[in-house]
Write a protein that binds this ligand. Structure first.
Ligand SMILES: *Cc1c(COP(=O)(O)O)cnc(C)c1O
Length: 469
């Protein structure tokens, strides 16, 4: 395309983006599924070219207004993702300039930027010099990288996997079960360590389990802790778990995909005490640093373990002998081809400075506490324990009828309304609802709206319950 042709396309794309960003300011959190994108197929991929207007129109009709609007203010389900504008531009610039960020020799600036961002994160969580890290495609990939690294560092061989033990709670993210399987560790024994009232791993029970396993000649291999579970935002007692891990010489992997980046604000740092004692840590910049989907981070305390797990080169890479200085991302991860992921983190941090990010995280912690307090004054609602971070767990207990059924209907009613979107989980067989407060457009109004709607719909449902006489 010539520069004149590009100018016209830019204009159209910018107009589309601006309209969309305006829409998001007070967008519903959920848009009806409509035809589920089937109208896309009315314009098959063929030899025929279409205009940018037509293409954007297809996006508008068939893609961008159905399902979850995760960046909308009322999106309070799962873990909300809402990228800030400079982060969006970071992805755009990375694609335009197409710097190769896999190898230092090919893109020294891009690799140094990734390194700089990783160093900044390591500093936030208190990792010492000598760590190594990698910007991955997401939180699941960061966790998988940590698990593969732990397996390599343990030096345990496949013939002993059947007597090797991995410890976690039932609240660990399901990507860790997947990671174990992909890492070839599904023959290991997995012990689900009991949790306390606040759904945090019981470190005494962990210690006892390891002692019992050692007495039976089993091989404790990895402890997997969570810094902010998806269910309830609970933080396992990281400092205590690190002490147990060190005592028994077992690798401690921490999944901090949702919670780890709360380290940026003082209250979060306090709640995450001990996170820097882990051997490997997964973070997820879209959650907390407001970058677009498709970016995770793994940090490994003793960097050589990450290198040992992933280093490799083919004969066709003869001409890329690194001039020293920095390790290449391709030697610290499974990936080779890689667009710069550092740019979408670096640009917002530089354009805004870190302060607004800390303030946003602080606000989310306050909002969660506010929601928890208000729930205590709402008749019929039962709360989980005080939130560790920004997820509030609760349910409605009806005067008659089954609570699970009513809470499922409550979620359906919220989804049908669409202004606020929430999701549920099960704790010991009981359906619990979650308010996950993280989006940067989510402020007190959205939390109030959610709580008011919950009260209204719960009252309606109780009134209409056929069991109620
Ligand atoms: C989001 C999340 C993951 C998975 O991260 P993806 O980026 O979705 O792959 C893992 N663990 C926790 C605690 C999470 O919140």
């Amino acid at each position: 395309m010539s520069s004149e042709e590009r100018a016209k396309v830019w204009d159209e794309v910018i107009r589309y983006c601006e309209n969309y960003l305006e829409f998001l300011e007070d967008a519903p959190a959920f848009s009806p599924f409509g035809d589920k994108g089937k109208s896309l197929l009315n314009s098959p991929i063929s030899e025929k070219a279409i205009s940018i207007q037509e293409a954007l129109n297809i996006l508008d009709v068939s893609v961008d207004h159905m399902g979850h609007n995760t960046a909308a203010p009322g999106f309070l389900s799962y873990i909300p993702i809402s990228p800030v504008f400079p982060a969006i531009l970071g992805d755009l610039l990375a694609a335009v300039t197409s710097r190769y960020a896999g190898h230092f020799h090919a893109g020294p600036g891009a690799v140094r930027m990734e390194d700089m961002v990783l160093n900044w994160m390591a500093d936030l969580v208190g990792f010492p010099k000598g760590f190594a890290g990698n910007l991955t495609s997401g939180g699941s990939m960061a966790n998988l990288s940590g698990i593969v690294c732990a397996r390599t560092a343990s030096k345990i061989k496949a013939r002993d996997f059947e007597r090797s033990v991995i410890y976690m709670t039932e609240h660990a993210h399901h990507c860790l079960d997947k990671s174990l399987r992909v890492a070839g560790l599904d023959e290991c024994i997995v012990r689900r360590i009991p949790v306390d009232q606040s759904l945090r791993m019981d470190s005494n029970k962990l210690n006892e389990a390891i002692l019992a396993d050692k007495a039976e000649s089993k091989l404790p291999m990895i402890i997997i802790a969570t810094a902010g579970t998806t269910d309830s935002g609970s933080i396992d007692p990281l400092d205590q778990l690190a002490a147990v891990a060190r005592r028994h010489n077992v690798w401690l992997h921490v999944d901090g995909a949702y919670g780890g980046l709360f380290s940026i604000c003082a209250k979060g740092k306090q709640a995450l005490k001990g996170i820097g004692e882990s051997d490997s840590l997964a973070l997820d910049p879209p959650k907390g640093l407001y970058v677009p989907w498709g970016c995770g981070a793994v940090l490994v305390r003793e960097g050589r373990h990450l290198y040992d797990a992933f280093q490799g080169a083919g004969a066709y890479m003869n001409d890329v002998a690194a001039p020293g200085e920095l390790l290449s991302p391709s030697d610290l991860s499974f990936e080779l081809s890689k667009l710069s992921r550092g740019l979408k983190i670096w640009l917002p941090l530089k354009l805004f400075g870190t302060e607004p990010f800390a303030a946003a995280m602080d606000e989310k912690l306050l909002l969660a506490r506010y929601a928890w307090d208000r729930l205590g004054e709402m008749p019929g609602f039962e709360r989980g324990s005080v939130p560790d971070l920004s997820i509030v767990l609760f349910r409605y207990v009806p005067s008659t009828g089954t609570a699970n059924e009513l809470n499922e209907k409550l979620i359906e009613a919220m989804t049908a309304d669409g202004r606020v979107h929430m999701s549920s989980t099960r704790i010991k067989g009981n359906v619990f609802l979650r308010l996950a407060i993280l989006g940067y457009r989510t402020h007190q109004e959205s939390v109030d709206l959610a709580l008011n709607l919950l009260q209204e719909f719960a009252a309606d449902l109780e009134g209409s319950s056929p069991l109620k006489v």
